[in-house]
Design a protein around this ligand. Structure first.
Ligand code: SF4
Ligand code: SF4
Ligand code: SF4
Ligand code: FES
Length: 947
């Protein structure tokens, strides 16, 4: 039995003010204008047989199974393509219709393999179901005529097969690829009987297909089917949960058989994804049961020693006694913890509670330090809250979309599909990015303006946009007068009007044609609803916080805040970056972004937690490493992060880790950081636990346990054990109780509970007495801080400069199939799309250096050197090179520097001056790293073959 339980109305239910009332089989039904007869019938539980229709797609009208009779109309129109009209009288079940439908079905079945009982889709096939519905018992023509039963199978994709013999050419897959995913990878070759579905004329793997699975989901037969279902059979039960990869936060139904997940189906009711997904969320979950999972706690006295498996009790006792010993010897502030944006809100909350109440200091930080900490700072300064302003759905109302420093098709693919849909409908697009990312030009989408700036010039370019708007009088004065601080606006407008901010004056820094900047500014200011989406290309700079504020200024000045279709939207990298920040992971803030020096907030927590709390902000991650190298920071608890791979200037990080006396790692795998650890506590994957994630739209989604934790415990339970062993017992029976405490202590979460989440599906904070159902759009009538605050954003070029020795600028990013440090995706077939990190460089730079595509090249910066393969690409601009950081053996962060954002210490990953040359060997660091990795895996009893 399968679990595609969400209702399929066949065609979309329209949104309209006007209601249409009609009669279907004697029952009256009202639907919004524009809704089809088919969907109206489905709403009164009178489904009409169908094959080519599904409600995630526009009606197509090809199969002719959904015929109906309408009084006063000739013939038998297709109900999927017929809009409901007032007073219509429709009959869906007559003898004439039954005969016609049986005839249609007969034709389909006469050219279909008759292997239903052994077919992997048995019980989950719409053709099979509809044959039963129309009462087909026999095929008059026999099965001997011309047919497609020998059509070839395409098994090239690692996750799904295409069994052409079962195809009924309903075009649902083609339309899903176009309408939902926006990739246009599928076509129909031939006509009539000869028509066949084709992936770019080749096979799926070598086509444009990005393996999102939308076509698989849309296919009504077993033609496109998951290999996991073919291999393991249909599921026995299902659990609704949330993707653990990126900040889009897609909702999925995990279908489970025994203790194995056999399929992930994106939920139509999921507000972040509305039934869509990407290759990671839908298919790349196999890491959860990968053979490399460590499921037994381990300890060792010295990082050169082999690991020793021990009981949970011994591991916890050892970690606690080490932390106590270190604090007794080096002082209370000598230990700390790092929370993870991959863990649940509840797990993060108990870690920061452990640090503040159990360790007695505020030395807690999170991986958001290295990605979106400038968002928190910049948006709270200007608007009063550290979060994006919109729902994802809001993009459907945008007229102009400005994407800056983000690559949504790779990093936030489901949102990118939504955005591309809006662009295909006619919204205008401005891309600000050094690279020619896919959005600049892809199937049916082309940016109106691509401002291909030099890395590091974000503030200059956003200031230039503001300069053009201010000096041309395009400021939305009504909005500014009503909503923003007047004096503050005046000084900002004067500042921006200065000629030094003009596109012409900043050209030497930005490298962008001033006229293009002027046109883009006009489009943004005067093109209707304008929305800004930005990513790590904005935050990971020495002026990351300044750029966030510059963006916020731009939106306020043009009145693009507080309604659908506009806003300032940080696209968060990891699944729970928003949540880990909300939960008090930063060393200076309790949950809800309240400063530790605020007496009232501290009082509240002191009362509840029964401990005196420090009013002094603790150490950030870079400070922890500095202090460790200096000998004053000696113990660290890291949950679900791999700072030895993800943080910049790897050699400094590893020096810090080496200098510590007790490093406790809690993770699924022995990651790079675990090389320097003394205690390893096994973690639980998202499939093995309960909790919540908060996505980039502030949406709190439930994570539900689909299988039991492989190591026997969820992370929050382990943290509780550690806290108890340290003498600070916590007593939660279930993560829902942790959420109750979060709600009781955090004003923006006051109305959140598991009960309400189960009822409503998800909630966007703030959720409290003023907004019991959550807040889709922020700052609607007033900014959270009261009046919007314009901040002066002086452009200060980064200290990282090119010169004769390092003439190129390196910028880093992500690709679609891999995720972050790759610990999860590298342990799935996703690696087939990206086996190694490569260096993209422009043909001009390649030719100058005698470099050909695929050559091994040395990438050298002022702090380190690595070798990797070259990819010569016109997507780069001359002088700029690009790589990803998904593979630890490559070590991209060996070359990034420790420059960081002035306000938050977020590292400047996006700008490193480098030189590139051909080489025939890997760097010393890489060779050393490889040897260490092999010996680590041998010690841990893991395979020593390269992953
Ligand atoms: S998997 Fe996605 S991208 Fe690939 S063909 Fe299907 S719909 Fe298109
Ligand atoms: S592969 Fe499936 S969805 Fe595509 S045309 Fe064939 S039956 Fe329809
Ligand atoms: S877009 Fe992000 S949240 Fe959605 S399925 Fe892909 S990785 Fe998961
Ligand atoms: S479902 Fe209406 S024509 Fe196919």
């Amino acid at each position: 039995m399968a679990f595609r339980s969400e209702m399929d109305t066949g065609t979309p239910i329209r949104v309209a003010d006007e209601q249409i009332t009609l009669s279907i089989d004697g029952r009256e039904v009202s639907v919004p204008k524009g809704t089809s007869v088919m969907a109206a019938a489905a709403l009164i539980q009178a489904p009409i047989p169908k094959l080519c229709a599904t409600d995630s797609l526009e009606a197509f009208g090809s199969c002719r199974l959904c015929l109906v009779e309408i009084e006063g109309r000739k013939g038998t129109p297709a109900s999927c393509t017929t809009p409901a009209e007032n007073g219509m009288v429709v009959h869906t079940q007559t003898d004439r219709l039954a005969k016609l439908r049986r005839g249609v079905m007969e034709l389909y079945i006469s050219d279909h393999p008759l292997d239903c009982l052994t077919c992997s889709a048995n019980g989950d096939c719409e053709l099979q179901t509809q044959a039963g519905v129309v009462g087909l018992r026999d095929v008059r023509y026999g099965y001997k005529g011309a047919n497609h039963l020998d059509a070839p199978k395409d098994e090239s994709n690692p996750y799904f097969t295409f069994e052409a013999s079962k195809c009924i050419v309903c075009y649902r897959c083609v339309r899903a690829c176009e309408e939902i995913q926006g990739t246009f990878a599928l076509t129909v070759l031939g006509r009539g009987f000869e028509s066949k579905i084709s992936a770019g004329g080749t096979d799926f793997m070598s086509s444009e297909c990005v393996s999102c699975g939308a076509c698989v989901q849309a296919c009504p037969t077993a033609t496109l089917n998951e290999k996991s279902v073919i291999q393991h059979g249909a599921a026995e039960r299902s659990v609704s949960t949330t993707c653990a990869y990126c900040g889009v936060g897609c909702s999925f139904t995990a279908e489970v058989k025994g203790d194995k997940v056999v399929r992930m189906i994106p939920e139509k009711s999921g507000k972040a994804n509305e039934g869509h997904s990407c290759v990671k969320g839908r298919f790349a979950y196999g890491y959860a049961t990968h053979k490399d999972r460590i499921t037994k706690p381990m300890i060792r006295a010295n990082i050169e020693d082999p690991w020793r498996e021990v009981s949970w009790e011994e591991a916890i006792e050892h970690a606690a006694s080490e932390f106590k010993r270190i604090q007794a010897k080096y002082g209370r502030d000598s230990i700390g913890a790092i929370t993870s944006s991959r863990c649940t809100n509840e797990e993060v909350y108990v870690i920061q509670k452990l640090v503040r109440a159990g360790f007695g200091n505020n030395n807690v930080d999170t991986c958001a330090r290295v990605c979106h900490s400038p968002t928190g700072y910049g948006l709270s300064q200007t608007y009063g809250t550290s979060a994006g302003t919109q729902t994802f759905k809001s993009v459907e109302k945008s007229d102009v979309i400005l994407v800056i420093g983000a690559n949504p098709t790779d990093a936030h693919p489901v949102f990118a599909s939504r955005m591309k849909k809006r662009l295909r409908q006619g919204a205008k697009l401005i891309v600000v990015d050094p690279r020619q990312i896919d959005l600049v030009k892809s199937a049916h989408v082309e940016a109106d303006y691509h401002l291909a700036l030099r890395p590091g010039a974000n503030v200059a370019i956003v200031n230039a946009l503001s300069h053009v708007i201010v000096t041309n009088g395009w400021v939305d004065e009504a909005f500014v007068n009503e909503r923003c601080d007047a004096a503050n606006f005046e000084s900002w407008a004067r500042f921006m009007a200065d000629e030094k901010h003009s596109p012409e004056a900043v050209f030497p820094h930005t490298g962008v044609d001033p006229l293009t900047v002027r046109k883009a500014a006009e489009l943004y200011a005067k093109g209707g609803n304008a929305a800004i989406y930005y990513g790590l290309g904005v935050t990971e700079h020495s002026q990351g916080s300044t750029t966030v504020m510059a963006i916020a200024n731009l939106a306020m000045a043009t009145g693009n805040i507080g309604r659908d279709g506009v806003g300032v939207n940080p696209l968060r990298g990891q699944n729970n970056v928003q949540g880990s920040c909300d939960m008090g992971s930063f060393p200076h803030e309790f949950s809800g972004y309240r400063h530790v020096s605020d007496d009232a907030t501290r009082d509240l927590f002191e009362q509840l937690w029964g401990r005196e709390l420090s009013a002094a902000p603790g150490l950030r991650i870079p400070n922890m490493m500095d202090e460790a190298v200096d000998g004053a920071f000696k113990g660290l608890y890291v949950q679900g992060e791999d700072i030895a791979q993800s943080d910049p200037d790897t050699q400094h990080i590893t020096a810090g880790l080496r200098a510590m006396e007790c490093v406790v790692i809690q993770d699924l795998f022995l990651n790079e950081t675990a090389r320097y650890a003394h205690v390893f506590l096994p973690g639980a994957s998202f499939l093995e636990k309960d909790g919540t994630f908060t996505n980039a739209e502030r949406r709190i989604n439930r994570v539900r346990k689909a299988i039991e934790p492989l190591a026997g415990k969820e992370e929050w339970e382990v943290t509780m054990d550690l806290s108890r062993a340290l003498g600070y017992p916590m007593d939660y029976k279930h993560p829902s109780e942790i959420m109750d405490e979060i709600a009781a202590t955090t004003p923006t979460f006051k109305g959140v509970s598991y009960k309400k989440l189960d009822e409503l599906g998800s909630l966007q904070w703030p959720c409290n007495d003023a907004a019991p159902q959550g807040t889709p759009i922020m700052h609607v009538d007033r900014f959270v801080r009261g009046k919007g605050q314009f901040m002066l954003t002086e452009y200060v070029p980064t200290e990282e400069r090119t010169g004769p020795l390092f003439p190129l600028l390196l910028t880093t990013g992500r690709i679609l199939s891999q995720y972050n440090v790759g610990a999860q995706t590298r342990r799935t077939p996703n690696s087939r799309w990206h086996e190694e990190d490569v260096l993209e460089l422009h043909p001009f730079d390649a030719e100058n250096r005698g470099i050909n595509d695929g050559d091994l090249v040395a990438l050298q910066s002022r702090v380190g050197e690595i070798s990797l393969r070259a990819k010569v690409s016109e997507r780069m601009q001359p002088g700029v090179v690009y790589t990803t950081f998904h593979h630890p053996g490559i070590g991209a962060n060996v070359v990034t520097t420790d420059n960081s954002d002035w306000a938050t210490n977020c590292p400047e990953y996006k700008v490193t001056a480098v030189q590139v040359r051909r080489t025939n060997h890997y760097s010393d660091w890489q060779e050393r790293d490889r040897e260490e990795a092999v010996s680590l895996r041998r010690i841990a009893g893991l395979s020593t073959a390269a992953e």
